[in-house]
Structures are given as structure tokens and as C-alpha cells.
Design a protein around this ligand. Structure first.
Ligand SMILES: [Zn+2]
Length: 108
């Protein structure tokens, strides 16, 4: 069993393809040589204390400039280790994510 935490943030990954494959940037409509995918992620907690990510919304495909403008802070998707098809969150990453989620809540 696992439960959703309140912690969400946005990751970004290089799709490895440009607009020839994915089409134009979803935000500005321009063609670009590299399309990135930004995804809102939520942290989940398993009974055995393992933490992992699962997308909380459909991804946005676009150039880095537009994605940064829309989402502000983006974390590198590849910084989260893949284990059996899920993206693991280490204890250290979890601590850092929880801290920045708290600061965000305080600002709001
Ligand atoms: Zn764009």
C-alpha cells in the first residue's frame, strides 16, 4: 500500500527529439531542435517507507525557455533513480523536497 503526500514539483527531461518528431512547442508554437517534457510529479509514500514519484498531470512538451517561464523551478528527471519502472526518491531528496514544499506553502 502507498499514500499520496502533499509534495508536488515539476521535473523536466530531454525527449531526445526535436519538433520534427514531437511538433511545435506547446506554449509558443515555434519549432525547436530539442523538445523537453515538463511533468508535475507527486511524491508517494509506501508502507515500507520507500518514496517514489508518479505524474500528477499530463506533461507539457516544449522548448526549455518556455517551460522555465511557465513552471519556474524545474528539477532534472534523471536525478531520480529508476527502480522497477518507478522513479525513486532518496531520503535526502525527500528531505529537500519537503523543505521547499514547506517554503512554498509559507509564501502562498
Ligand atoms: Zn516555446
Amino acid at each position: 500500500m502507498s499514500k499520496a503526500t502533499e509534495i508536488t514539483f515539476t521535473t523536466v527531461r530531454n525527449t531526445g527529439y526535436g519538433s520534427a518528431h514531437y511538433g511545435a512547442c506547446e506554449i509558443c508554437g515555434q519549432s525547436t531542435s530539442v523538445i523537453y517534457c515538463a511533468e508535475l510529479q507527486r511524491v508517494y509514500l509506501r508502507d515500507n517507507e520507500e518514496k517514489y514519484l508518479s505524474p500528477a498531470a499530463a506533461g507539457t512538451y516544449g522548448d526549455m525557455h518556455c517551460l522555465l517561464k511557465r513552471h519556474g523551478t524545474l528539477r532534472r528527471d534523471e536525478d531520480f533513480e529508476r527502480v522497477a519502472g518507478t522513479k525513486r526518491v532518496t531520503a535526502q531528496q525527500f528531505e529537500e523536497l519537503a523543505k521547499s514544499a514547506m517554503m512554498k506553502a509559507r509564501k502562498a
